[in-house]
Design a protein around this ligand. Structure first.
Ligand SMILES: *[C@@H]1O[C@H](CO)[C@@H](O)[C@H](O)[C@H]1NC(C)=O
Ligand SMILES: *[C@@H]1O[C@H](CO)[C@@H](O)[C@H](O)[C@H]1NC(C)=O
Ligand SMILES: *[C@@H]1O[C@H](CO)[C@@H](O)[C@H](O)[C@H]1NC(C)=O
Ligand SMILES: *[C@@H]1O[C@H](CO)[C@@H](O)[C@H](O)[C@H]1NC(C)=O
Ligand SMILES: *[C@@H]1O[C@H](CO)[C@@H](O)[C@H](O)[C@H]1NC(C)=O
Length: 600
């Protein structure tokens, strides 16, 4: 499972013992992390002690702040470093742990009989992982692992707290799986099946750019509709030898080539003989049986690769939803696995689209499902990608302001503390400040927000400087007292941008269907970014990399502001789409020609 991590022999020169100078106080176990048992989970009994568990240990990084500073500089169009992206090795220097952390953690593991050969490390050595029996994990972490059952029937093995000797607290940032409660089969893609609108529409519509949009587009979205609406028609990609566009696949979602051909035959005949590169990550499959085609994978590849055609496409397939019990040897997350893989690659596609709410995606801390330490470390890995010149676009979620509510039916979005307060739930990773979060719109002439468009303010991540002006303006317009206590005024606002998200006409399992969600918006926007990267590469420039500083600085005239609609959730009408940035549609939807002007 860890093929792409470096084995430890490279580090064999470090000493491997607990330092003799430590006092009993240093050696005493202190609680590292402790959570309340989350809502909707019942504790069954102790986990079987001989079952194995795959632990991931994150060591503190040497200089993430230095890396973040550089990220913002190289992504700021007014900075002299703009576009000066970094190599894999340059990035790794910042996130590598201190040598003393490596020595001490190795010594600690060694004293528990865990040896160098048992360990696998990320390329920067900031993460290490090991598969051990529950019994040993409990000993190591002073923890008690239990079987927990969700109301859906799913079972997980987790502890509600774990401890480390005091001298390790400043070296180890987190160890999981311990306190993360998430339902793997709740990692639903942001997908929303729907019927076509049957209303007849013959009225010709005009795009904000002034170009004509087919009347049909009011009721069903094809690639041609999006190209008209977003002013993409007529652009011919030129840098197809240098440029690449990647799409992630999780949860046993297979992108079907037969369906892609049918789609192209219908919507982009010039591409009918084209395909994409499928890469298996840690044994992810590429099943082409028509009945195994995934709606999400098909939607992403058909509209995403279609939009960027003939830009070469890459589709990553990761192993599907891991089994729960009794096989406990499952990594914390397929998302983290994909990150291991991609960060270890020398060449990464310049644009990447992710339409999944992976396990982490569903929630911020409200239910203690995803502890802050974990979300924060995953988020930092996205910053590494940004430094390497990758534009990362992710769906903002399909639950309005209640995106991570584990019990959506009650509409209560209750906190997991003893107070049981209602609080909006922003979705991760959309709330990570180092990615571009994509919300959803619908209708044309004019576009309005889709009511499921995930949006709001992060409780985890403070508002990044690039958002200060735009988000600040929105907040001053919000009537005094509105939703006080329900959201974090100082949090990172989501989404950043948006695009059409309803009634996308795709092929799935041999037949045309209509589908929607911020899942549809994300490959659409990402496909347009891939074309912008094409234009830059064709001129010999660096790719766009992390987009947000540019979009917030220069995007006002290159994006169409969406000013109607709202995103209900948690028993409220949610926020409104308004003039300027808003927590429903962000800065707005793309106008390719206008974006070309700010990007080139
Ligand atoms: C840690 O978890 C154990 C087992 O559930 C519990 O008995 C103990 O009180 C917890 N300790 C803390 C500090 O939360
Ligand atoms: C696709 O391939 C077929 C068979 O080789 C060929 O007849 C057709 O012209 C090709 N279409 C395009 C658009 O390249
Ligand atoms: C909070 O909710 C839980 C579970 O629904 C319930 O057991 C508990 O009594 C509630 N606490 C308060 C203070 O309402
Ligand atoms: C969102 O809109 C759809 C139809 O456009 C409607 O069926 C649904 O009830 C709305 N959802 C909410 C939460 O208002
Ligand atoms: C949204 O707009 C409605 C109608 O103008 C208004 O009553 C409501 O207060 C607004 N909500 C927010 C959160 O701004």
């Amino acid at each position: 499972m860890q093929l792409f991590l470096l084995p430890l022999f490279l580090l064999a020169t470090f000493s491997v013992a607990v330092p003799a100078t430590l006092t009993p106080q240093d050696l005493s176990l202190q609680v590292k992390e402790s959570v309340l048992a989350p809502r909707a989970w019942t504790r069954l009994g102790r986990a079987p002690s001989e079952h194995s568990i795959h632990l991931r240990i994150a060591l503190f990084q040497q200089d993430f702040l230095g890396l973040e500073k550089l990220l913002y500089e190289i992504s700021d169009p007014d900075h002299r470093r703009y576009g000066a992206h970094m190599s894999k090795e340059e990035v790794e220097k910042f996130v590598a742990p201190r040598p003393s952390s490596l020595t001490l953690v190795d010594g600690w593991l060694n004293s528990h009989g865990i040896h160098q050969d048992d360990l696998y490390r990320s390329p920067a050595k900031d993460w290490l992982s090991v598969t051990i029996p529950i019994r040993l994990a409990e000993d190591l972490l002073g923890a008690e692992y239990y079987l927990w059952q969700h109301t859906s029937g799913d079972i997980l093995v987790r502890a509600t707290n774990y401890s480390l000797p005091q001298y390790l607290h400043s070296h180890v940032e987190l160890i999981q799986p311990t306190t993360i409660f998430m339902r793997w089969n709740a990692m639903s893609p942001s997908l929303y099946p729907e019927d076509d609108d049957q209303t007849d529409s013959t009225k010709s519509v005009m795009a904000p750019s002034g170009s004509h949009v087919d009347p049909d587009c009011a009721t069903r979205i094809t690639l041609r509709c999006l190209m008209q609406l977003y002013n993409v028609e007529g652009y011919t990609p030129k840098a197809t030898k240098k440029n690449a566009f990647g799409i992630t696949g999780f949860l046993d979602q297979y992108a079907n080539l037969g369906d892609l051909k049918s789609y192209y035959r219908q919507q982009l005949p010039a591409a009918v003989n084209s395909s994409f590169k499928s890469i298996s990550v840690y044994g992810g499959l590429n099943t082409q049986t028509p009945s195994m085609a995934g709606e999400e994978a098909n939607l992403d590849t058909q509209f995403g690769f279609g939009m960027a055609y003939p830009t070469p496409g890459t589709f990553w397939s990761t192993p599907g939803s891991p089994p729960f019990f009794p096989d406990l040897d499952t990594p914390v997350s397929s998302f983290v696995q994909w990150l291991d893989y991609i960060l270890n690659s020398e060449h990464i596609p310049q644009t990447i689209s992710t339409s999944y709410g992976d396990e982490v995606a569903l929630v911020e801390l409200r239910y203690d499902l995803v502890p802050f330490t974990y979300a924060s470390r995953v988020c930092k890995r996205f910053a590494e990608l940004g430094c390497r010149g990758v534009s990362l676009l992710m769906a903002s979620g399909d639950g309005g302001v209640g995106d991570g509510d584990p019990i959506p039916a009650t509409q209560q979005c209750l906190t997991n503390d003893e107070k049981n307060r209602t609080r909006f739930i922003p979705a991760f990773p959309g709330s990570c400040p180092y990615i571009t979060s994509v919300g959803g719109t619908m209708n044309i002439g004019p576009e309005i927000s889709a009511n499921f468009s995930g949006g709001g303010f992060s409780d985890y991540f403070p508002r990044p400087a690039y958002q200060d002006k735009a988000v600040g303006q929105y907040l001053t317009k919000l009537r005094h007292g509105t939703y006080d206590g329900l959201y974090n005024r100082n949090g990172r606002g989501i989404p950043d941008v948006s695009a059409q998200s309803r009634r996308f006409q795709i092929y799935w399992q041999g037949a045309p269907i209509s589908i929607g969600g911020t899942s549809a918006a994300t490959p659409t926007f990402a496909g347009i970014v891939a074309l912008l990267n094409d234009a830059r590469l064709a001129k010999g420039r660096a790719p766009l990399g992390f987009l947000n500083p540019l979009l917030y600085k220069r995007g006002a005239h290159a994006l169409t502001d969406i000013v109607a609609g709202n995103n209900p959730g948690c028993g409220t009408p949610g926020f409104n789409a308004t003039e300027g940035w808003d927590p429903v549609t962000g800065l707005g939807t793309p106008d390719f020609e206008a974006l070309m002007k700010i990007c080139i």
